[in-house]
Ligand binder design. Sequence first.
Ligand code: MG
Length: 418
Amino acid sequence: MNATDPAAEPGPAPQPRTDDERTLLVKVFGKDRPGITAGLFATLAEYGVDVIDIEQVVTRGRITLCALVTPPSGQASEGGLRVTVHRWAEELKLQAEIISGTGDNRPRREGRSHVTVLGHPLTAAAVAALAGLVSEAGGNIDRVFRLAKYPVTAVELAVSGLPTEQLRARLAPEASALGVDIAVVGAGLHRRAKRLVVMDVDSTLIQDEVIELFAAHAGCEAEVAEVTAAAMRGELDFAESLRARVSLLAGLDAAVVEKVRAEVRLTPGARTLIRTLKRLGYQVAIVSGGFTQVTDHLVEQLGLDYAAANTLEVADGRFTGRVTGEIVDRAGKARWLARFAEQAGVPLAQTVAIGDGANDLDMLNAAGLGVAFNAKPVVREAAHTAVNVPFLDTVLYLLGITRDEVEAADALDGSVTD
Ligand SMILES: [Mg+2]
């Protein structure tokens, strides 16, 4: 049953407003200061009007306040209302406009999506091109608002009129040419209900490839880097390349684990992303083709809920050149995503996966939203969405969380953003 079905509610069923009923659109524009909204509605209240809609935005300190109201009732006249509103506006040095008409907005069309656009910078040309693509595809932009001004400019467009998949197929391929990142997700409650985020580690949560850090201590950095690059491009089977690289570490003193842990550099925005997700009640996991010797430390440091990685085998205080247990490879990462989702009690459709490499592709495709983070082209092209700015917290904007909400939450408990 539809939640708004009047039959489900006690009492008389509300009657929808008809399109031919007279309405007044009152628009006020000018320098913002406290009391404008209170003042306008106090003025309108003198005429006994009812409010149908209110939209208010402030852009560079200028307020645009629109009120859609019923015409004056009783003895009050529309002419009187006009004079009073204009007089009030003049006193506050605001511009006011009152437009007579009928009805309300047309109902939003079916096929509703949220389009998040991240730019660094966001050019007018990119906005023009994207808005043009939406209208050519038969869609309409119903609302636009800013999600963030830092570290990127992020806006969200509410689009209706065509299926989400079709809209994504039109916009996503244009993103890199326009110098923006675009995420297109279906509108609806499920968007707010995503409750598990699973991240790759190397070159996603952290800026490093952990095996290369170990290799530097073993003096085989160049050989390892070469194999890693080929594996990430999808040219080599990940499990085989992992075994080949790990074998180069045979004999290395396992005490280097402490040094490697200290060398790991978190990606900018990683702490902000995790802290904010945790506050919002998300569970956060990492899944890595790297090693538990490092991921265990990250779990502790960042307060993560779940982790899966390979373990470097140690005998007599030295690496044997082998890994133990089930190898976390491309298929393994997708398996762990499903396991974590089950443990967290979250349907796969409500999961978000983030990764940069070819071995993340199965996981990105299996998740409800797969985000390619500064990824190799093969990954970028296959994922639902791509982020190409080097700030991990921009993923929050794809989930519809604004910078203001992030900062307000930080201010509330006195922590700082990174
Ligand atoms: Mg990676």
